[in-house]
Design a protein around this ligand. Structure first.
Ligand code: 5AD
Ligand code: SF4
Length: 466
């Protein structure tokens, strides 16, 4: 991702130094996308300008994901591809850094397997990047810094220094997770659950709105566990939940749309569900992973809820906001999953009728309880189950998209489309929408009559602008 263009006039005069090129490759979830932006911001005063390609870069950062095996392996192959680039660079050598969850989980292993790496930095210590890079430059040696720090990485950057492109932005409001689902590395890589104070989030969103941002997606590994310090002057209220935060953000001038991701069913508070009924800026889209449909497997996953409880919860959202798009995550082939258990997943999918849903083969993550469970499922069976599940999910997604044909949807235009004269935007349900329209509409919300729908996108005709 190279979405940030840092404008030179924001660098302090004493920082006006030789331009250096920074290439960041982002893997995994939206939180990594957000973290990459913050790393770009923190490095900008040092003279680093974003580059679209690794060739010729002075600093390359791979912002990695550890959630499934393939994600980590991709990092090692990328490092292999980067090696010759590093050797070829004349003069000052290229610095290669590995950040993110693989860095957190296997820092020492990375430096052993890939000596091309100069620097390993975990998700909690990005604010130390300038210092770590300086150290590498001084010594051309190795630095390892993946300790969880008490210091707040978000404090480092004044909100006004965040640079975004386009009218939709991610904002991390919560990090880490205390749920310990038995398949998941997040509690180990991102640490304990932690919420940013309301004031800090509001300051960041105000600054984004001033740059033309109209839509914010509030991020957290377990975002609905949010319990942030109340705004100053209102500390006596105790920590705020996500519903209260959403309503508060809705009051910020310029912010027209609010989304959040990802949630856990057991942390859903009534006020957040109510916000779907009475806060029109909260978009009608909910990503609420369930992971499996069999109560036996849900228990083995340590989800601490049943399929029936999940179905009842989704029903409450549908009552609060009729037509809401429901999205989820599913894992097939968790240890002990029988044909009957898998059928229960298919039944749950049938009942929920997802607008979109991500699905994965279970991947054994070292250090998680699932990895050492008996009854690991054969890869071939996982492959077959995933294909059956994905066929069903795809049919549901197509049906949901086709339901929009003939409707008039509010679309936030985010960027130019691939074809000349085309704009790309998002519907309230997070669908991609393509229309013909002038560039002047970028950043605005338009009304679009939907004429066609496929699995991944809608196409329509511009009717007007709000
Ligand atoms: N194997 C497969 N999928 C996983 N996920 C998390 N850990 C694993 C794993 N070990 C999936 C879950 C989660 C999403 C982000 O990734 O569905 O919700
Ligand atoms: Fe991982 Fe989500 Fe479970 Fe936390 S709630 S352990 S992040 S799957």
């Amino acid at each position: 991702m190279t979405t940030d263009i840092a404008s030179p006039d924001t660098a302090a005069p004493e920082e006006a130094q030789t331009r250096k090129r920074l290439f960041i490759k982002t893997y995994g979830c939206q939180m990594n996308v957000y973290d990459s932006e913050r790393m770009r911001d923190v490095l900008h005063p040092l003279g680093y300008e974003p580059s679209d390609e690794p060739e010729g870069a002075d600093l390359i950062i791979l912002n990695t994901c550890h959630i499934r095996e393939k994600a980590a392996e991709k990092v090692y192959s990328e490092l292999g591809r980067l090696r010759p680039l590093k050797e070829k660079k004349d003069g000052a050598p290229m610095t290669i850094a590995v950040a993110g969850c693989v860095a957190q989980a296997e820092g020492a292993e990375i430096q052993r397997r890939a000596p091309v790496v100069d620097l390993v930095v975990g998700p909690q210590t990005y604010h130390k990047l300038p210092e770590l890079i300086a150290k590498v430059h001084r010594e051309r040696g190795e630095a390892l810094d993946t300790e969880f720090e008490v210091e707040d990485k978000f404090d480092l950057l004044a909100p006004a220094k965040r640079h975004v492109e386009g009218p939709a932005a991610f904002v991390t409001i919560q990090e880490g997770c205390d749920k310990f689902c038995t398949f998941c590395v997040v509690p180990y890589t991102r640490g304990a659950e932690w919420s940013r104070p309301v004031d800090q989030i509001v300051a960041e969103i105000r600054a984004l709105a001033a740059q033309g941002v109209r839509e914010v997606t509030l991020l957290g590994q377990n975002v609905n566990a949010y319990h942030g310090e109340a705004p100053s002057g209102r500390e006596a209220d105790g920590p705020w939940g996500l519903g209260q935060l959403v309503r508060h953000i809705a009051l910020i001038g310029g912010i027209e749309r609010i989304r959040f991701t990802t949630s856990h069913p057991n942390d859903m508070e009534d006020d957040l569900i109510a916000a779907f009924a009475d806060e029109p800026k909260l978009m009608p889209y909910l990503h609420l992973p369930v992971q499996a449909g069999s109560n036996k497997i849900l228990a083995a996953m340590n989800r601490k809820h049943t399929a029936e409880q999940y179905i009842a919860l989704i029903e409450r959202f549908r009552q609060a906001r009729p037509g809401i798009a429901i999205s989820g995550d599913m894992i097939v082939g968790f240890p002990g999953e029988s044909d009957e258990d898998f059928d229960a997943t298919m039944d749950l999918v049938e009942t929920i009728n997802y607008a979109s849903c991500f699905s994965f083969k279970y991947s054994r993550r070292p250090g998680t309880p699932g990895a050492s469970m008996a009854d690991q499922v054969d890869e071939e069976i996982k492959t077959q189950r995933l294909a059956r599940l994905q066929a069903k999910l795809e049919a549901q997604q197509i049906a949901f998209n086709k339901m929009q044909i003939g409707k008039n949807l509010a679309v936030l235009f985010e960027k130019e489309g691939r074809k000349d004269g085309q704009l790309h935007g998002r519907s309230p349900y997070l669908q991609s929408v393509h229309v013909e329209g002038p560039k002047s509409l970028l950043g605005q919300i338009g009304h679009v009559e939907i004429l066609d729908a496929s699995r991944n996108a809608l196409a329509g005709r511009l009717i007007g602008v709000s």
